[in-house]
Design a protein around this ligand. Sequence first.
Ligand code: BTN
Length: 250
Amino acid sequence: MHKSSPIGDVIIELTEIDSTNNYAMRLLNEGMAEHGLVIQADFQTAGRGQQGNIWLSEESKNLLFSIVLDTSGLPVDSQFMLNAMTTVSIANLLMTEYQLPDVKIKWPNDVYAGKRKVSGILIENQLRGSSWSNSIIGIGLNVNQRNFPDMLRASSILNETGKLQKLNQVLKKFLTIYNQNFLTLLTDYHLHFNLYNNMLFNQGMEINFIKNHEMYKGKVIMVNERGELQLEVNGRIKSYKHKEIDILLS
Ligand code: BTN
């Protein structure tokens, strides 16, 4: 793990690409991507979201980027730490730099303003043998897009604040926060973890979820250090992995 090399010193800017995560992965596999490399695109023809979803974004309106990280110094069981730290970094950016109201983190790593999603994160980890060698952190952050299909329940910095932003400035501000947080990933883990839980969407609320084709009700308690969502179901606390359940929108 590179303790001193800053993230975002080199930024490759693309007009159009299938997906910045795919591009970063191709470079990594060819040995052409160093720790900290950022790939940014104006438009993605096959932008990918969590669980095989597609990520749609109007051309040149939003930030679409991927960061290549060397994670070889990190314990393989600390993948959720990186996940939580990344999500908290986006949430911090939106709160401190743009004063977005009611910023929340929806498990596992969506960032919301009120009931609308402003950012989504797709982290792809590469293992070499049993050790964690690299991560590709793919971030979609809605900045200047005004209109979204209703079903996406999405928003942007523009819609929340009424102000247009320069994309490269938003990226620069994010990278400053991210560099600081990455350096303290292990030492400040509890800080990121607590911030993550303090901003957890629907905390204390009853939600409906599907597991093995059956619907259940559960109260959102917290996310544990393995990144599992803890729900109180019929008076008992149960922990769920990301792919184990589907949460129904209320
Ligand atoms: C999600 O909320 O489902 C995650 C969305 C992640 C989207 C970003 S945009 C940049 C990077 N490239 C991709 O294809 N996906 C991520």
